[in-house]
Design a protein around this ligand. Structure first.
Ligand code: SAM
Ligand code: SF4
Length: 320
């Protein structure tokens, strides 16, 4: 359905857990997040019912995210059920890749189309530092496993962090020469507990354009936040996602569902609509509450406005 500003909302991003097997500095606090009780988190059946109902409003694209979606038990069977819903044309996942080596084959068989893998550095020591202890080799093996079962095109999401990985832009770009992957540089956003840190480390995606002067712009794709480029003779593409310096609110087609049962009409607003109470007490109102959430989607975010206060919920509890 269309929201109040005429945007067609057809994309639901579903965070199936707020737990994670990494602790990225910009995403979650060092001590991790408190494990919620079983009852506070939506069950797989509840996720399925909400997704199924959302298709009646025109949702046809689903992204499974987290926390780390692959730590949620039963995730493969949920994906299988969603992919069997006739109305869903596209089902993808955003993952840190650590468990892909183990699950890539099952995910593909369950109907998952493709994966976005988050990777901010190609240096093992730096990877350990930014993720507070992660193992880069495992992620690289995960990427290979995803490629082997054709969870493609593989998109690598690289958050640009000033003074940390701006010296690796060329190295990431080089990956697109030999492989048909999309490397997407994402601007660091001020969210949750780490917002002060992220503001200090923010660098605009123009840095990428300066470091890679030979980039060739590709035709704009409708409904995707990334602006794509290509290096001469490259098999893959390079995307720039600029939520801060050039926001894409006017074409935003998404809403989000959190693991604790809230609908977020906009990533950068604290406005949340409780859907857990509805699904547990009065399922007949499910469609109504989803409609209301879509109609409450604001026209744009206000990150660049004077006095903007970052949202309180950490990214790990939203899903990106
Ligand atoms: N654990 C999975 C992963 O890392 O891909 C899925 C969840 S994670 C929250 C989704 C995406 O959000 C990741 O690509 C991560 O880099 C990005 N992210 C987290 N915090 C961010 C921030 N403050 N600014 C920009 N991107 C952020
Ligand atoms: Fe976990 Fe992903 Fe957040 Fe890193 S970005 S802490 S992998 S949820």
């Amino acid at each position: 359905m269309n929201d109040k500003y005429g945007r067609k909302i057809n994309y639901l991003r579903v965070s199936v857990t707020d737990l994670c097997n990494l602790r990225c500095k910009y995403c979650m606090p060092e001590e991790g997040v408190l494990r919620k009780s079983h009852n506070e988190i939506l069950s797989l059946e509840e996720f399925y019912e909400i997704i199924k109902c959302s298709t009646e409003l025109g949702i046809d694209k689903i992204r499974i995210t987290g926390g780390e979606p692959l730590v949620r038990k039963g995730i493969v069977s949920l994906i299988k059920k969603i992919s069997e819903l006739g109305a869903i044309k596209d089902i993808a996942m955003t993952t840190n890749g650590l468990l892909l080596e183990k699950y890539a084959y099952d995910l593909k068989n369950a109907g998952l189309k493709r994966v976005n893998i988050s990777l901010d550095t190609l240096n093992s020591e730096k990877f350990k530092e930014i993720t507070r202890g992660g193992n880069l080799d495992k992620v690289l093996r995960g990427i290979e496993a995803a490629n082997n079962v054709s969870l493609t095109p593989i998109k690598i999401n690289t958050v640009l962090i000033g003074g940390f990985n701006d010296d690796e832009i060329e190295k990431f770009a080089q990956m697109t020469i030999d492989y048909n992957i999309h490397v997407r540089f994402i601007e660091l956003m001020p969210i949750g507990h780490a917002s002060k840190w992220t503001k200090e480390k923010f660098i605009s995606n123009n840095t990428v354009l300066k470091k890679l002067p030979s980039l060739i712009p590709l035709e704009e794709e409708q409904g995707v936040p990334a602006k794509y480029y290509k290096l001469p003779n490259a098999k893959g593409k390079i995307g720039l996602i600029n939520p801060i310096s050039r926001h894409f609110c006017s074409t935003c087609n998404r809403i989000r569902l959190t693991a604790d049962g809230k609908i977020k009409p906009c990533l950068h607003s604290d406005k949340e609509i409780d859907i857990k109470t509805i699904i547990r007490n009065d399922k007949s109102k499910l469609k109504e509450i989803l409609t209301e959430a879509i109609l409450q989607k604001p026209e744009k975010h206000h990150i660049n406005d004077e006095g903007y206060k970052p949202i309180v919920r950490d990214m790990v509890k939203i899903g990106g």
